[in-house]
Design a protein around this ligand. Structure first.
Ligand code: FAD
Length: 380
């Protein structure tokens, strides 16, 4: 067991940290307030290779590991959660195609995702199917060399700007579920309502409607049945946990600086024992969350990390991020609550991580299953 980063990981972290503080943090409030996609940052990061960080070199990526990616995502989210979400998405959807797609699909889509010229989203949730993905109703009926797709998806992150949807469907002729690659400009694909979200406001979440969309049958992902598709969520969960952690670390850093300068009762806040213990508890949780994320990410030798370890990391990191963001706000008093400081934005942004990518309740179900096995009444 080795707890040290490699020299390359240290360099990767230092460069992402520099970029995040110099380029991303100064405009993070702008993208949030205007609910605008941070295109400047996306273009900058694409040029620097971040969109394909983890994707294989043969498809234009740099072949880094999931551990490398979570280290980078934490740093990027420290400066701007909205920007980190685009880097996450490119690497996560690109990896899904690499792991679950055909060679033609990899060659066709992954190089453009790695270059940042094609944005891809995962379209699984539906109005009647959130946690329980088995209830999804979007249908794909075979007609000659095509599938005809009908249905409505919701909460699709970056839906209005994506060029490609990795879409979970029911193959109605077979009675099975799987993944289809549906290009956004295919006739019959329509972007519905843009959800007015509390956070992640620079990463538009949309309805997605399919009306008799004709998709060539060779866009079916060869390994993308429902269980593989759900298993692939473990990758996203490590990234989700790392971005929430980065935002919480920023909240912590802001509060620590504040405590060092603000005075009450003729003493620095940093000298009040009750507040020092709060800071100590926050630090313990942040470090523990980071180690759990690293452990889960390091288990991803064959493309996806361990489901149980990713669920443990996500649960602990999501709840730590919520607690730390809330405590940091408390430590800064009214300034913490003011929109002049980044705390309130961070508070709103971290809230989403405990819901998106599978709620913390669903993660607990996965953890319990990894310990106790399947519940008897859930078998069969
Ligand atoms: C910011 C954001 C981005 C998102 N991006 C995407 C995206 O890109 N693509 C996509 O497909 N979806 C996306 N989603 C949707 C997300 O995956 C779902 O919101 C999530 O899976 C929960 O589903 P739900 O909202 O329907 O809640 P429900 O499933 O209705 O759950 C409601 C409550 O019941 C609890 N619950 C449900 N079942 C159980 C159970 N068996 N045991 C214990 N508790 C349970 C849940 O934990 C929750 O607290 C996004 C959501 C958000 C907030």
């Amino acid at each position: 067991m080795n707890f040290e980063m490699t020299d390359e990981q240290r360099q990767l972290q230092a460069e992402a940290r520099r970029l995040s503080r110099a380029e991303l943090a100064p405009k993070a409030a702008h993208w949030d307030a205007k609910a605008e996609v941070p295109w400047d940052n996306i273009n900058l990061l694409a040029k620097s290779g971040y969109m394909g960080l983890l994707l294989p070199e043969q498809y234009g990526g740099t072949g880094a590991s999931l551990l490398d990616l979570v280290i980078v995502l934490e740093e990027l989210a420290w400066g701007c959660v909205n920007t980190s979400l685009f880097v996450f998405s490119a690497n996560a959807q690109g990896n899904r195609i690499v792991q679950l797609g055909t060679e033609e699909q990899r060659a066709s889509y992954v190089p453009r995702i790695a270059a940042g010229t094609l944005l891809a989203s995962h379209a699984m949730s539906e109005p009647g199917a959130g946690s329980d993905a088995r209830k999804l109703r979007t249908s794909a009926r075979r007609e000659g060399a095509d599938y005809i797709v009908n249905g409505t998806k919701c909460w699709i992150s970056r839906g209005s700007v994506a060029g490609l949807f990795l879409t979970n469907v029911n193959f109605t002729d077979e009675g099975s579920k799987g993944l289809l690659l549906i290009e956004a400009d295919t006739p019959g694909v329509e972007i519905g309502k843009i959800e007015p979200l509390m956070g992640h406001r620079g990463s538009p979440s949309t309805e997605l409607i399919f009306r008799d969309v004709r998709v060539p049958a060779d866009r079916r992902m060869s390994e993308g049945d429902l269980s593989a598709s759900l298993f692939s969520m473990s990758f996203s969960r490590c990234c989700n946990a790392a971005m929430g952690l980065g935002a919480a670390q920023r909240a912590f850093d802001e509060a620590v600086e504040y405590l060092k300068t603000r005075e009450a009762y003729s003493r620095r806040l940093a000298d009040l024992q009750g507040l020092r213990w709060m800071v100590a508890d926050m630090k313990v949780k942040l470090d523990a969350a980071r180690l759990l994320i690293y452990r889960a990410a390091a288990s991803a030798a064959s493309g996806f990390p361990s489901e149980g370890e990713a669920a443990i990391a996500k649960t602990f990191a999501n709840e730590t991020a919520l607690q730390v963001a809330s405590d940091a706000m408390q430590l800064m008093g009214a300034n913490g609550y003011s929109c002049d400081y980044p705390l309130e934005r961070i508070y709103r942004d971290v809230r989403a991580f405990a819901i998106a990518g599978g709620t913390t309740q669903i993660q607990r179900n996965l953890i319990a299953r990894s310990v106790l096995g399947q519940r008897d009444h859930a078998k069969g």
